[in-house]
Design a protein around this ligand. Structure first.
Ligand code: GLC
Length: 599
């Protein structure tokens, strides 16, 4: 549908819409005129660059990684050494003082927060990265702003252009109506979806933390303002916008206020505008919702929305397979066709800055004869490290003592057993933990999509328990897995007798193979193969390569007849070691947590 038609359908055919539409045209025209010749040149190549096998991302908090943007410049070599080709800067726009949910409470979209540096410095970093073939991604928190945002200030000053930018109510009648069906995001740390402000004499919708005010997208002025910010930042050279918390953008009484069809209209309009102004820019959508809902955010061939989306399903399935030593749930889930469009790409990851919520497909669990609630409880306790025999060390997030429901926090390495093994000084357990880390990474890097690493995980950083001493962080266990980058430990990355060296070099090598082989392009699909061994995950990529991965600490035999169409064992080579694969009576032996990339 044409942009204009969508806009008027969404906002109604009236004078106000007409006025706002004209304003939007001016915003678009100004952004086009302001786009630099270099960026226009880049735009000519379109946006399909994200399908390349060369893509590999790292997400980081600037202050925790390099103190500030200036310091970041010295760390670019390190990223390039690992093979990173896009950097995701966690929220770095100006955010409120005190608790700001890790920067997700923006008080000014057009300046960089003082603690990281200036907008000039950001632009400089973007250019330096680009010279090294590294793209820049920033967080774009567009569902809400901080309650101190400049738009709130304008409203408070009585500037009527800023009326209705947020959801405000004189009494609690409407909020009560919303609450009947609206889901809660932080039921423990920030219960309820509305807050009463005596100074304003208003209830305001505050879906996340109290200091995060939900923007009111039913007002076309909000859409225009957000588009203006988006285009301004795009003109600073940003390539990827991570659209934060998109399922919540549209609110309507009587709905869950989640995944509303109108969110899709908003995203389609934004995509069209980007195509018009800065067509090399792409959207990474953050929608941690059910798999069949996530895929909708790619949009359709005719009406595109996000180019890339987080593969939350693969992430939880990897942890589930590791904890149970059983890959059948993963194999079945990944075999399902959710209708991802041909150029819709997943970001594959094991850990990010958020907690892990156990969103399994309950019908698939039932098919396996697993009780969905029992499996969830098992995962919660296993990853926390409380299940007997668990190798993981972590914490609960948003634990509900009544339902026992919870999500989990912990770093990649700690949840793979490294923290426990180091504490026990148990060399074989350390070896197994490193193997688990590399095993999960072998899937993240080889499965169709773009691999993404959380900074510090490439050297196996452990949980950071010190957050409990920081008042703004103590109540939010997600800080457990957001440690400061340990540069001293990173210095050991060339020494293969250290865990840092083994993990860093293992990942580096896999990324090197990946970027030099077109089998890792994101438009080559992966298809799971049933190997008749619950501990071994296998998949092939359009018959060009085959991956075998043993998710248990026991040796496992795999019957090569299961994939005889792919080739005979003697004819196959492991890309990772260059060695031919040997078989015994047509069976392949995999060591503990061993993985092979066969061609
Ligand atoms: C996203 C972020 C999360 C943040 C929330 C609110 O889910 O990943 O860290 O708390 O949005 O902005």
């Amino acid at each position: 549908m044409e942009l204009k038609q969508s806009y008027f359908e969404l906002y109604g055919e009236n004078e106000i819409t007409q006025y706002r539409w004209e304003q939007l045209q001016e915003i678009i025209a100004a952004a086009k005129a302001g786009r630099s010749p270099e960026l226009k040149k880049q735009d000519k190549e379109g946006n399909q660059w994200y399908l390349s096998e060369k893509m590999a991302g790292m997400m980081l908090y600037v202050d925790r990684f390099s103190e500030n943007l200036k310091g970041f410049e010295d760390k670019i070599d390190y990223l390039a050494e690992l093979g990173i080709t896009y950097v995701h800067f966690m929220p770095l726009l100006k955010s409120r003082e005190g608790n700001n949910d890790g920067g997700y409470a923006v008080s000014d979209y057009l300046s960089v927060d003082r603690k990281f540096g200036t907008m000039r410095q950001l632009e400089r970093v973007v250019k330096l990265l680009k010279k090294r073939g590294i793209r820049t991604c920033i967080d774009f928190v567009l569902n809400h702003t901080a309650k101190e945002h400049v738009w709130v200030q304008e409203y408070k000053k009585g500037n009527h252009d800023y009326d209705n930018m947020y959801h405000m109510f004189d009494d609690d009648r409407v909020p009560q109506e919303y609450e009947k069906t609206m889901t809660e995001i932080f039921p423990g740390v920030a219960p309820g979806n509305f807050t009463w402000y005596p100074d304003l004499n208003k209830y305001v919708m505050t879906r996340f933390y109290e200091f995060q005010w939900d923007l009111n997208y039913s007002n076309p002025q909000v859409f225009n303002k957000i588009v203006e910010v988006l285009l301004t930042l795009a003109n600073k050279g940003i390539d990827i916008f991570r659209l934060d918390a998109i399922p919540y953008m549209w609110k309507e009484i009587g709905t869950r206020c989640m995944n509303h069809p109108k969110v899709h209209t908003l995203l389609q309009m934004m995509y069209q505008i980007v195509q018009e102004v800065c067509p090399s820019v792409i959207f990474l959508g953050e929608a941690i919702v059910e798999p069949h809902e996530i895929v909708k955010y790619f949009g359709t061939k005719e009406a595109k929305e996000c180019n890339v989306m987080y593969n939350a399903s693969l992430m939880v399935l990897l942890w589930s397979s590791l904890a149970t030593r059983d890959v059948r749930l993963m194999e079945r889930s990944l075999s399902k066709d959710y209708g991802v469009p041909a150029d819709g790409v997943w970001i594959n990851y094991g850990r990010c800055h958020d907690d892990i919520g156990w969103g399994f497909e309950t019908d698939l669990l039932s098919e396996l004869g697993w009780d969905p609630e029992a499996h969830k409880q098992f995962m919660i306790r296993f990853m926390e490290g409380r299940y007997p025999g668990s190798f993981s060390t972590g914490e609960l997030y948003e634990f509900n003592p009544v339902t026992l429901d919870a999500r989990n926090s912990g770093t990649f390495a700690s949840m793979c057993g490294l923290e426990q093994a180091l504490k026990e000084k148990h060399s074989y357990k350390i070896e197994l933990a490193v193997k688990r880390i590399l095993l999960l990474n072998s899937i993240i890097i080889s499965y169709t999509g773009i691999p993404l690493f959380y900074s510090g995980d490439e050297i196996g950083q452990l949980n950071d328990w010190s957050y409990k001493e920081v008042p703004e962080e103590a109540g939010d266990s997600r800080w457990l897995h957001r440690p400061k980058m340990d540069w001293e430990a990173a210095q050991k990355r060339e020494d293969l007798t250290t865990v840092q060296g083994q993990i860093f070099q293992g990942i580096r090598r896999m990324l090197e193979i990946r970027r030099n082989c077109e089998y890792f392009r994101s438009d080559l699909k992966s298809t799971p193969v049933d190997l008749d061994n619950p501990a071994v995950f296998g998949f092939h990529k359009e018959n060009k390569m085959m991956v075998l991965a043993n998710f248990s600490e026991q040796e496992q035999w795999v019957d090569a007849d299961r994939f005889s169409w792919f080739g005979l064992p003697g004819e196959m080579t492991d890309m990772l070691t260059g060695r031919p694969v040997r078989s015994y009576s047509n069976k392949i032996l995999l060591g503990p947590y061993e993985y092979l990339w066969l061609v």
